[in-house]
Design a protein around this ligand. Structure first.
Ligand SMILES: C[S@@+](CC[C@H](N)C(=O)[O-])C[C@H]1O[C@@H](n2cnc3c(N)ncnc32)[C@H](O)[C@@H]1O
Length: 454
């Protein structure tokens, strides 16, 4: 290890040019020098100190770093911030967002770009390692996972080399003193910024940030009691800036936008859910189409798109298997369901239902009788929020015995936990693909296929 560290230091930067951060004032935790050996879920690296695990922010596996402990409140692990990189990994690079760099004091580092100091290839390897470890630990499976970059043809304007220019949604927070910016890492402290490198160019252009990080642009709401500013860049139409006030109520008819994926158009509320990376919707459309096993697909079965949003993945299935395919898209948000119904209206076999997935599956189970096939023979697309589907949903779904489930997951640990539950029900993980839909962050998107083997 000592040799490899020395080699890293030589390759990474000339002698005497260490990354330095100003010492953090009045922090309670001790300062330690640690060797970091691997990455953990959540984008932090893992080191050990006197037998205890220390989760270290802003380090790269293989490095020796000086850290300050920020949270010593747990018996089994501590948390720490990197203050100085003593022996740099060859995978360390200049941070893509200067305001998130280890050169700044930890409390002034902006959040949301916790891998921005790591070479792109290595970021993807680390995400693959996290998926592999989660599946091994919680899912009982050994799988090597190759995390793929977004195909540049699906994401015009995004820079694949630096992993910048991809975010089509950004929330900036507004402080009581008018400060505008993202939150600092792991906190609700607002950090003024002079750039938003992860955002698409249209959003950087309208963002109310000044060259000195102070609010810029009249009428942004930064001086009028606003609590947040949302920046939205749909794939059709102009980018928009939306000021949020603390008392804002949800409107009956909020403004809508139109997103385009290939030849298809999807209308949704301007503040509604849509995949954030410029190329994500097209990437997932293709990935879901490829993940479905055509030999197990029955267009007449009661196919499902659960957690369907405005119908993106139901459309992916319809476009692959034809407009007479039957599919029901199920979504808890009534407005999104309304849009899904309209977005899929040209397709006779599609319907949109507004319900919670667990309740909907209970109703299906209740209705299944000798005259109904239930979900037998069906293909189910499952795209839950970050927490995953969870046992309650997987138990119900597997009990209805669909032929195959294509699971779109944005959290490796939630996926691994649900893998274990599917396996208890006799469903095996057949295929697993992963995509770097969140470059320069620790997040990764996976698309898995399960099929009933017993
Ligand atoms: C990750 S998004 C996926 C949306 C859609 N598949 C897409 O790719 O655009 C998850 C969706 O699940 C919805 N949702 C969250 N909890 C739900 C629940 N318990 N039942 C049904 N839908 C839910 C959210 O409103 C959101 O639209």
């Amino acid at each position: 290890m000592a040799n490899s560290r020395r080699r890293h230091a030589r390759v990474a930067r000339p002698a005497g040019t260490r990354h330095r951060a100003p010492t953090r004032p009045a922090e309670p935790g001790p300062v330690l020098e640690l060797d970091v050996d691997r990455i953990a879920h959540g984008g932090v690296a893992v080191a050990r100190h006197e037998g205890r695990v220390v989760f270290v922010a802003d380090a790269v596996p293989g490095e020796r770093v000086r850290v300050r402990v920020t949270d010593a409140g747990h018996d089994r692990f501590w948390r720490a911030d990197t203050l100085e990189v003593l022996d740099a990994s060859p995978d360390r690079r200049e941070h893509v967002w200067a305001e998130a760099s280890v050169d700044r004091a930890p409390e002034h580092r902006v959040g949301g770009a916790e891998f921005g100091h790591i070479a792109m290839r290595r970021q993807r390897e680390l995400k693959g390692e996290v998926l592999h470890d989660a599946l091994a630990r919680m899912g009982g499976l050994e799988r090597e996972v190759d995390v793929r970059p977004v195909d540049p043809a699906l994401a015009p304007g995004v820079d694949p080399e630096s992993g910048t220019g991809w975010r089509t949604r950004v929330r900036l927070h507004v402080g009581a003193d008018g400060t505008v910016g993202p939150y600092a890492a792991r906190s609700h402290r607002i950090v003024p910024v002079s750039s938003l490198p992860l955002a698409v160019a249209e959003l950087e252009a309208i963002a109310p940030i000044g060259a000195d990080g102070r609010p810029a642009g009249a009428g942004t709401g930064a001086d009028s009691g606003a609590s947040a500013i949302d920046l939205v860049a749909p794939s059709t139409g102009a980018a928009e800036l939306v000021v949020r006030n603390p008392g804002d109520r949800r409107r009956d008819h909020p403004p809508t936008i139109v997103e385009r994926v290939g030849e298809r158009r999807f209308t949704l509320d301007r503040g509604g859910f849509w995949q954030v990376h410029r190329g994500a919707a097209a990437t997932l459309t293709r990935a879901v189409q490829e993940a479905v096993d055509p030999d197990r697909f029955d267009p007449e079965a009661d196919n499902q798109d659960l957690y369907g949003g405005v119908g993106l993945l139901a459309a992916a299935i319809g476009d692959r298997f034809g407009p007479s395919t039957r599919i029901t898209t199920v979504e808890a948000d009534a407005r999104a369901t309304e849009h899904a119904g309209a977005n899929l209206a040209d397709w006779v076999g599609a319907r949109a239902v507004s319900d919670r997935v667990d309740r909907y599956l209970d109703r299906l189970a209740g209705a299944a009788d000798a005259a109904s096939r239930g979900l037998r023979g069906a293909t189910v697309v499952l795209d839950p929020p970050r927490a995953g589907a969870g046992r309650a949903v997987v138990d119900r779904l597997a009990g209805l015995r669909p032929a195959q489930v294509v699971y779109v997951a944005c959290d490796p640990v939630a996926l691994a936990r649900d893998v274990a539950t599917f396996r208890e029900h006799g469903y095996e993980l057949e295929t697993l693909d992963a995509f770097d839909l969140f470059p320069n962050t620790h997040h990764v998107e996976a698309v898995a296929r399960f099929a009933a083997i017993v």
